[in-house]
Structures are given as C-alpha cells and as structure tokens.
Design a protein around this ligand. Structure first.
Ligand code: AG3
Length: 282
C-alpha cells in the first residue's frame, strides 16, 4: 500500500483502508501503540495497536449508546465508574446526566494526553468537570480493591487483546457485581457480534453466575469493521428492561439534551437480538 493510506490489519484476510491526510501522532506508550491520523473521509481517527477505536465522524454512536443506555435505564444514577475510555468520549456523554460523581480509571496517561491534544472535541471540557476523579491505573485491580459502590459501571476498553484482556475475566465480572450498588448496571464493549460470536458466549457464561439479567445490545458503528458491535449488559435489577418504554421517554425528555443517535426507541430496539446471535447465549 502507498504511504498515505492507513490499512487496518486486525481482521485476517480483510483489510479496510483509509486515505490519510496527516499523521498527528504515532507513539508507543508503556502499554500500546497510539496513532492519531487525519483521514480525508472521517475526520480524525484514533487507532490503538492497529485497531480503529474512533473517528470524529461516527464516535457519537458509540459514546451515546454506551453512556445513555445504562444511564437512562437506571434513571437515578449518582455515582458512575468508567474503566478505560482514555479519549474522554464516554466521560463527555456521562456528564450530560445529573450525576454526582464520576470516577474514571484509565491505565494509559499518555493516551489521555495525546487525545486531549489531537482530539480535543472528543472530551470537550469533560476532564475539567469538578464531578470527575481521574485515576491512572489498572481497572481490574481498582475494582478488586474498591470499597465504594457505583450505580453504573461503563467499561470502554479495547478488544479482547492487549492491555484490556483482564476486563473480560470472571474475576473482573465478579468484582464488578460486588461494587455495583443495588439496581446497578454494568455495560461494556464486547466486540463485533458477527465476527466474534464466541466472545458473546464467553461473556454470557462468565457473567451468568453474578447477575440476574445478562444480555447484549447492538449498534452499527460504520468505522468498526464487521457490522454490529455488541455492548454487554449485566444487572441485578428486578424490573425487566423490556418494560422501560414509557419511563425512558419521560427520562429522556426531562434530561433536555440533544443526541444524534440515541433515542428511547433506538434504546429499546438495540436489545432485539437476531437468532444468529441469540443462539450463542445459552
Ligand atoms: N473502544 C473500543 C473500540 C472497539 C474497536 N474494535 C474494533 N474496531 N474491532 C473505543 C474507544 C472509544 N472511546
């Protein structure tokens, strides 16, 4: 390939490619290779260890679906824990809610610094918000030691390779269920549903012992290759999420902020799983 194309090599025999106008950052941190590129088609793009994490053009879908689905479903979340999410997009969306406190645990300070510098629109003013406590450290050991309880935990990690691996283990899920307050909700980035259905199965089986309701919801993020992305959902709430329709609409209207992809209707239908995916959940 010519020098001014970025080729994503994460998918074996298929390689998506993007024309690059400028390389803004290409460094190796203690944990991973960080690249931020200016593409001609999708604005700026963040790549970690060769896998696309976001583009300015479609990051709203990922960040809105990962923050607003658990937060509107919960309805009264006061304390939120974000694991990962160094670019600050989840933090930005979370802070639109009437939350009291957000703790964000990101392992890679360098990632935060490079994103604040080259992707300032993604975090906006989120890191300066007085409700935020930023912890630089390992999310899995943070949750293992945590004494506080959280209403919502959002795990914005890379795929099941690299530094994020520990965030897909039974030990981690058990610890999350321990630090969730009553009625609390855990969501995570669980990989491309059609490319890696075995990852859904693994997550489902590992979570079942700890949660009353373990499932997934879907959204298509155009620059994540392979179709729909699966978000994991786990909670011990007794109220079934299928009954949320009217409540969600009330909460959304009361929140008074605009969204580009999220809506109560999108929220509800994102939990509808086709048989080809459902058959992995048993
Ligand atoms: N974090 C997870 C992106 C998953 C990408 N996977 C893939 N393309 N196969 C995104 C970070 C955004 N805050």
């Amino acid at each position: 390939m010519t020098a001014n194309w970025f080729v994503e090599r994460a998918y074996g025999d298929i390689r998506p490619a993007y024309r690059v106008a400028a390389v803004l950052c290409r460094v190796r941190s203690r944990f991973q290779k960080i690249e931020i590129l200016e593409t001609t088609s999708c604005g700026r793009m963040l790549i970690l260890d060769g896998t696309i994490q976001l583009t300015e053009r479609d990051e709203c879908i990922y960040h809105e679906m990962m923050a607003h689905v658990p937060l509107f479903a919960h309805g009264r979340a006061r304390r939120v824990l974000i694991i990962g999410g160094g670019d600050g997009g989840i933090l930005r969306e979370t802070l639109k809610h009437n939350v009291e406190h957000v703790t964000m645990v990101e392992i890679d300070q360098r990632l935060i610094d490079e994103c604040r510098r080259h992707l300032p629109r993604v975090s906006g003013n989120a890191f300066a918000d007085p409700r935020v406590t930023l912890v630089i450290g390992d999310g899995a050991s943070f949750v293992a030691k945590a004494q506080d309880k959280y209403d919502v935990i959002i795990v914005d990690s890379t795929d099941r390779v690299g530094p994020g691996r520990v965030l897909y283990t039974s030990t981690f899920y058990g610890n999350c269920s321990r630090v969730l307050a009553s009625g609390g909700i855990l969501v995570n980035q669980n990989g491309m549903a059609f490319l890696f259905p075995e990852h859904l199965k693994l997550t489902f089986q590992r979570r079942k012992p700890f949660f009353r309701d373990t499932s997934f919801y879907l959204a298509t993020i155009p620059n994540f290759f392979g179709g729909a992305l699966a978000f994991g959902w786990a909670t011990n709430r007794s109220r079934p999420r299928q009954e949320f329709g009217t409540l969600l609409r009330e909460r959304y209207t009361a929140a008074r902020f605009e969204t580009q992809y999220y809506s109560p209707a999108v929220h509800l239908c994102s939990f509808v799983l086709p048989p080809i995916i459902l058959r992995h959940l048993s």
